[in-house]
Ligand binder design. Structure first.
Ligand code: PEP
Length: 259
């Protein structure tokens, strides 16, 4: 089964809804200029909640070939949870992807694997695709325990899912020490952990789930390093932070397959 690479731009808490439409428009032009072929590399923007409606209106109105999604979701459907946004609300806006368990949510909001698992289940329940983040901090990498650590996270975040559900979701391996630091894992580092995640999925959920699940690398990905990272057999895309705020640079990353 061929996996279409997913290049997803995580805008984090950047761009208001007016800036967002400008950025998506510029990205669309840059992709058209680059003769983008979505079946070779799927582009997605993961935007702040307040941008989603504007981004949806532009993308659907102009039939732009870019997927969009949200950066987080509540584990509840509705009710007295002030400040939360639910999966049915995001589904109603036609979000395709929802990132869950980003390391910034784990670190600043104390999110556990159990909570991330509950969020991923909600995303799937409402017909969207979770991009579930895992990754080790520097201290763990220095002790050489990155695989053990990431597989424990993977076990927790995938608990209770069916093989069919696992086969269509996305796991983003993001070593925390490489996020926003300019420090990139080597392609071999990325492959080591992405390969171990796929082996784990194979052991727990079977061959088809392992063949279908897309495993992204994330951490200071740029057009200058994406080609060698994407050449690794178990890396099926990238979750891109900083570089996704520059339309032309992000388009170059999406178009990595032309290099
Ligand atoms: C991220 O936010 O998921 C990320 C990988 O950020 P950056 O590309 O800026 O390291």
């Amino acid at each position: 089964m061929a996996r279409t690479p997913l290049i997803a731009g995580n805008w984090k808490m950047n761009e208001n809804h007016i800036e967002a439409t400008g950025l998506v428009q510029k990205l669309s032009w840059a992709l058209i200029d680059g003769q983008y072929e979505p079946e070779k590399s799927e582009a997605a923007v993961i935007v702040p909640f307040t941008d989603i409606r504007s981004v949806q209106t532009l993308i659907e109105g102009d039939k732009i070939n870019i997927a969009f999604g949200a950066q987080d979701v509540s584990k509840y459907d509705k009710g007295a949870y002030t400040g939360e946004v639910s999966a049915p609300m995001l589904a109603k806006l036609n979000c395709k992807y929802v990132v869950v368990g980003h390391s910034e949510r784990r670190e600043y909001h104390g999110e556990s694997d159990e909570l991330i698992n509950a969020k991923a289940k909600k995303v799937i329940e409402y017909g969207m695709t979770p991009i579930i983040c895992v990754g080790e901090v520097l201290a763990v990498r220095k002790e050489g325990r990155q695989i053990e650590h990431v597989l424990a996270q993977t076990k927790g975040v995938l608990a209770g899912l069916t093989p069919e559900q696992v086969s269509s979701l996305v796991i983003a391996y993001e070593p925390v020490w490489a996020i926003g630091t300019g420090e990139v894992a080597t392609p071999a580092d990325a492959q080591e952990v992405c390969g171990a995640i796929r082996e784990y999925v194979k052991g727990e959920f079977g061959e088809e789930a392992a063949e279908g699940v897309r495993i992204q690398y994330g951490g200071s990905v740029k057009s200058s390093n994406v080609v060698e990272i994407m050449a690794e057999p178990d890396v099926d895309g990238a979750l891109v932070g900083g570089a996704s705020l520059d339309a032309e640079e992000f388009a170059r990353i999406v178009l990595f397959y032309k290099a």
